[in-house]
Each structure stands twice: as C-alpha cells, then as structure tokens.
Design a protein around this ligand. Structure first.
Ligand SMILES: N[C@@H](CCC(=O)N[C@@H](CS)C(=O)NCC(=O)O)C(=O)O
Length: 281
C-alpha cells in the first residue's frame, strides 16, 4: 500500500492556483495528518470525469497504489481503516457523530451564506475554461443570477460572523476541535474557511476575532499547508453602524459554559432574574 509513501490526490483549483473545494481542502489535511506525501493531479471543474478515467464527476478522489477511493468522508474512513497505526483522523465513533452535527450546522450558518456572498467572484476566479460551467451549474443550484445573489453581501457578513459563536466558545476552552491535538473535526471545519479564503475578495471576520488563533495554527500545520499565496485575507471586516457585533465578548452560552459550583457562581444571575419579584412573606 502507498508505494514510496505517496498517494495520488486529485485537486480542484481555481486560477490563483489555490484549492477551492472545502471537501478537497479537508482531504488534503487528512492525508498529511496520516503522514502521506501527495502526488497531485491538478485541474479545475470541467473535465473531472476525463481526468479520472471515468471514475468520478466529483472531487476529492485519491488513488492508493491502484485503489481508487472517492468522497471526502469515504477517504477518511478508508485512511483510518487501512492505516490504523498512523494518527487517527476519527479517534472514536463519537467524534464522527458529533462532527456530523457540527458540519451540518457550519454549512447552514457559514459556508452556504459565504458561498452566496462570493458566488460571482467564485466564478470569476475559476479557470477561464470553467466560467461557463460554473455560471450555469451554480445558477441552477442557487436559483438566480450569481450577481443578484452576491449583491448586498456587505449587509450579510456581520450576521454570518456573529453566528460562529459555537466555534469561538469551544476553542476558548480547547486548543483544537480534536481536543489537545487536531483531528478531522479541525480539518473539516477548516475546509469551509479555506474555501471562503479562496474566493473572499473582501474579509469576512473582524481583525481581532478570537478564531484567528485557531485558524493561524491550522494554516501552519503540516508545513504551512494552508498558507497558499492565492488565498484572500479572512480577517479585516469592520463593524458598520447598525451591524450586529461581529463576535461576542461575553463568552459562551449554555449550561456547559456556565459551570455551577454552588450559590456564589449563580448569585448574580439569580439576582438579575428575580429583580422586582415579590419577596415571599
Ligand atoms: N460528498 C462529496 C461531495 C464532493 C463535491 O461535491 N465536490 C465538488 C466540489 S465542492 C465537485 O467536485 N464539484 C465538481 C462540479 O461541480 O462539477 C465529498 O464529500 O467528497
């Protein structure tokens, strides 16, 4: 398996040379996490079927010493099952279950909305031979002209940034989504940020966003895998008058973030929520 420690990796890139797909980015990190070198087959959106000898219309795809493996999740399952002695991507089934929930939320809260903020730029940045296909297929997917969907994005960016609080409050308490070390949970969510960085002609997060520390550490992993010169800056969004705050400076919400250590820890809250209430006789 994996002759010379190399795995063939079908990339999906745009005219800047940067990988675009969140799934392909996550897979790149997954392969590096397992310690493999990549034999990269470059290319854009059109011609995937021809490039892969009829094996797939979608990427990522890898070939491990003649074995084709398709689909980002399929690749993760394959890598951990075939190479259990190398660092695991999904160290326990519970990580898979929790990550599916996290990934689903993240697409709805951020990746999808960011896609709609940058869909015309995405087309313009794609390889020239891909423009027609991207315009047609993405207008079918999204239901309107790309320019119309993208218009007014400056009014939407603050809300998308604000919605990322679950990541901020978690990463304030753990260095990685994987806990003390990165695993596929980090790579999967990172893939969505790297997709956005490949197309975001205007920044999407505040310069002092707490996510910056985790993102910078992710980009530096595996020899600076995410430090591609074709990526646009994610940080630099300014809060305008009337915008919601770009991030919450108060900390996380929910029971896990408000540990009950006895009355002293809940006194202030109790006081606030009982203010004006009639005292029992
Ligand atoms: N479930 C698949 C989804 C793969 C997928 O949809 N890839 C897109 C890129 S984000 C693709 O290959 N698109 C080619 C096209 O649009 O023709 C996976 O996780 O690998």
């Amino acid at each position: 398996m994996a002759k010379d420690n190399k795995i063939t990796f079908y990339d999906l890139a745009i005219s800047t040379g940067a990988t675009i797909s969140p799934f392909v980015w996550a897979t790149k990190y997954a392969l590096k996490h397992k310690g493999f070198d990549l034999d990269v087959v470059p290319g854009g959106f059109t011609g995937i079927l021809e490039r892969t000898g009829g094996k797939t219309e979608r990427l990522p795809a890898i070939v491990d010493d003649g074995t084709w493996v398709l689909d980002s999740w399929g690749i993760v399952e394959y890598l951990d099952a075939t190479y259990p002695d190398r660092p695991l991507l999904i160290p326990h089934e519970s990580v898979a279950a929790t990550l599916k929930a996290l990934d689903h939320w993240f697409w709805g809260a951020a990746v999808g909305p960011w896609m709609r903020c940058f869909c015309a730029d995405y087309r313009d940045l794609s390889l020239p031979q891909d423009h027609e296909y991207i315009t047609h297929s993405r207008e079918k997917m999204l239901g309107r002209k790309l320019e119309e969907i993208q218009a007014g994005r400056e009014d939407r960016l603050a809300g998308i940034s604000a919605a990322l609080e679950p990541l901020r409050s978690t990463l304030a308490q753990h260095p990685w989504l994987g806990g003390s070390a990165p695993n596929y949970a980090d790579y999967r969510i990172l893939g969505g940020f790297l997709f956005t960085a490949s197309v975001c002609k205007t920044p999407v997060l505040a310069p002092d966003d707490p996510l910056r520390d985790w993102l910078d550490r992710c980009l530096d992993l595996h020899g600076g895998l995410g430090r591609h010169p074709g990526l646009f800056p994610l940080f630099g969004l300014e809060q305008r008058e009337g915008d919601v705050p770009l991030f919450n400076r108060q900390g996380g919400l929910g029971g896990i973030y408000k540990r009950n250590t006895g009355p002293a820890s809940t006194q202030a809250e109790t006081q606030k929520i009982t203010q004006g209430m009639k005292q029992p006789a």
